[in-house]
Design a protein around this ligand. Structure first.
Ligand code: AGP
Length: 617
């Protein structure tokens, strides 16, 4: 989604900003732009539709060099107004205020009407322009850009991360956030801002993470922060453990493929220091976890997309292993409902980024609604310094490492591992898990990296199968139990990156409607673990086969599916349990969608219309 980079340095700021924008490309965008305050104290702007390389060309072609030491830049993912140069950020008001903005100003139509009446001219269709105009208006009777921005943000409703510069107050960048992330990078080369620390890792590892409502006045050698009430505050400087090299393809053609192959290590990292040889450490969930888990009577999971699919598997495990009633809902629905909140509910949010607006807002809304009730919150998240970890009482980090491909892969399997660990400790707190059961699950988890490595060896076979999808427009995924959730994840992956319309159904539900979709041009992908529902699934496969569909069945070797006409059976490793099976069956589905997308020639790491982290509604 949209990305912000800005900075003030001793040297020309343009290369830093362009490098930062490139690091943010993975988040998804459709135009990019930059403004620097040049040596003549004038704002100099370049904007381009498409990739950052187009912007670089624009900069080279400019008559006035972009030689300023202070500047702001942006990658835009269109919300209000089409992707075009005129809608790209930064926006400039009356040659004297330039802004970049992530988020949405919800009352922008109202503000626009007033500003138009005051004589302001709008040159784009974005909501962002009202920010520049508002700051410009307040600047007329303010002593500084900081003061003008402080006054302006009081008029905004919605979410924002904003960077502002002005020739009226040169030498200062003002940065503020509410609902959208923004970090300040501190270094002896200068001070910088970004919506994602990834953008600045080549320059610094030292970051200040602004809190909700904070506003920062940044100069070459100082950072002064005020909280939402205008009080000057100190915010801790934290050193990031991320390395800039982690954000590279390391020889793979795509980040997605690299991340699929990183899963054995990612899972090892998730398990490290969270288990002993035969048990799960409760302390991995935080020192308050034992009390909270022992008193938990209900669980409500809230998440979006792939993280929601992980939560669905978690629901099965939590009910099956810990015997705690568990509900799950997509965050965009949960946040606007009036759900009944019961005492002793543990709310679990799951998120790779920790910044998904729907999930974050659902969490904030439920905390407000449940005032006076005994509820607790846990986030399973891949980003230590994220809004979700800050909003949650307990945090469990998935330790998947940076995930750059828009299609989530290693984040998903590490979320599953985390949910398995949670199910075990929750079960232990409720005396539902014996020592032997726990040891068996831990053993399965420990075997996962090896099992995944083995499954990844099937890539060539899956590459061949992918050819089946060359001219297909639809596909159906089926599974039963946790495999329904895995089928959903398989369908989501396929539609995201190959643009093939794919749906997933519980196999037993086919006969209630979806079976009407089956024809020879709609391949059906089935997942067949060797579990207690195997015979039921076998009947479902017969139903599909007798309607002439092409079928691909990923089976546990021990399932011994009877071959049928038009059916390709891909045996995966055998002896999978209720925890290992969903994780292992995810791997061939990831590889399948990757290779179908490769054949289709789509932009695998940055599929059309999608963003890595969805920070707007
Ligand atoms: C996954 O492939 C998707 N790109 C998307 O569904 C994603 O999982 C969803 O937007 C939630 O993101 P989060 O995990 O960062 O909260």
């Amino acid at each position: 989604m949209c990305g912000i980079v800005g900075g003030i340095s001793k040297k020309n700021i343009t290369p830093v900003l362009i490098n930062g924008l490139k690091k943010l490309e993975y988040r998804g965008y459709d135009s990019a732009g930059i403004v620097t305050l040049c040596k003549n104290n004038k704002l100099n702007r370049a904007r381009a539709v498409g990739k950052v390389v187009n912007l670089e060309k624009r900069i080279k072609d400019k008559k006035t060099p972009m030689d300023g030491t202070i500047g702001i830049a942006h990658t835009r993912w269109a919300t209000h107004g089409e992707p075009s140069s005129r809608n790209a950020h930064p926006h400039i008001c009356n040659h004297s205020v330039s802004v970049v903005h992530n988020g949405i100003i919800e009352n922008f139509l109202e503000l626009k009407a007033t500003q138009e009446a005051d004589g302001y001219i709008f040159t784009s269709d974005t909501d962002t322009e009202v920010i520049g105009h508002a700051i410009h208006q307040y600047l007329q009777d303010s002593e500084s850009l900081l003061e003008a921005t402080q006054k302006a943000i009081l008029t905004f409703k919605g979410a924002y991360g904003i960077g502002v510069i002005s020739p009226k107050d040169p030498g200062h960048i003002i940065a503020t956030r509410s609902g959208s992330p923004l970090v300040i990078g501190i270094s002896n080369k200068g001070n910088f801002i970004a919506s994602d620390q990834m953008a600045l890792l080549d320059i610094t590892k030292d970051f200040i993470y602004l809190l909700e409502g904070d506003i920062a006045d940044i100069t070459l050698d100082s950072v002064t922060i005020y909280d939402k009430d205008g009080n000057q505050v100190e915010r801790e400087i934290k050193t990031s453990k991320l390395k800039s090299g982690q954000v590279s393809k390391r020889g793979y053609d795509h980040y997605m493929l690299k991340e699929i192959f990183e899963q054995p290590q990612a899972i090892r990292d998730t398990l490290e220091s969270r288990i002993t040889k035969d048990s799960v450490l409760l302390s991995a969930f935080g020192y308050k976890a034992e009390d909270i888990f022992k008193n938990t009577k209900h669980i409500q999971i809230i998440a979006c997309g792939t993280s929601y699919n992980a939560g669905l598997v978690g629901k099965y495990w939590l009910e099956d292993i810990a015997k705690i009633s568990t509900h799950i809902e997509v965050a965009s629905e949960y946040r606007y409902r009036n759900p009944i909140i019961l005492d002793n509910t543990l709310f679990i949010t799951i998120s790779q980024s920790g910044e998904t607006a729907d999930t974050l807002e659902a969490l904030k809304a439920l905390k407000k609604r449940s005032k006076g009730k005994n509820i607790h919150t846990l986030t399973i998240c891949n980003s230590a310094e994220s809004s979700l970890t800050r909003e949650s009482e307990l945090t469990f980090l998935t330790h998947a490492g940076p995930e750059i491909g828009v299609a989530s892969t290693k984040a998903f399997t590490t979320q599953l591992v985390s949910l398995a660990l949670l199910s075990v400790v929750m079960g232990r707190c409720h005396k539902q898990v014996s020592k032997q059961q726990e040891a068996k699950i831990v053993d399965g988890l420990n075997r996962l990296p090896g099992l995944i490595k083995q499954t990844l060896k099937q890539e060539d076979q899956i590459k061949e199968l992918a050819k089946t999808f060359k001219d297909k427009f639809n596909a159906l995924f089926i599974g039963r139990g946790t495999m329904h959730a895995i089928a959903m994840e398989g369908a989501l992956k396929l539609k995201e990156i190959s643009y093939i319309h794919a749906e997933a159904f519980p196999a037993g539900e086919l006969k209630h409607g979806p079976i009407a979709l089956i024809d020879k041009d709609t391949p059906v992908i089935a997942i067949a673990p060797n579990d207690r529902l195997l015979d039921k699934l076998k009947s479902n496969l017969q139903e599909v086969n007798s309607r002439g569909s092409q079928m691909i069945v990923f089976e546990d070797e021990a399932a011994k599916i009877t071959p049928m006409k038009g059916m390709t059976i891909v045996p995966t490793t055998t002896d999978l349990g209720r925890i290992t099976a969903p994780i292992i069956f995810t791997i061939p589905l990831q590889l399948l969608s990757y290779h179908v997308a490769l054949i289709k020639g789509t932009n695998i790491d940055q599929p059309r219309n999608l963003a890595k982290s969805v920070t707007v509604e």
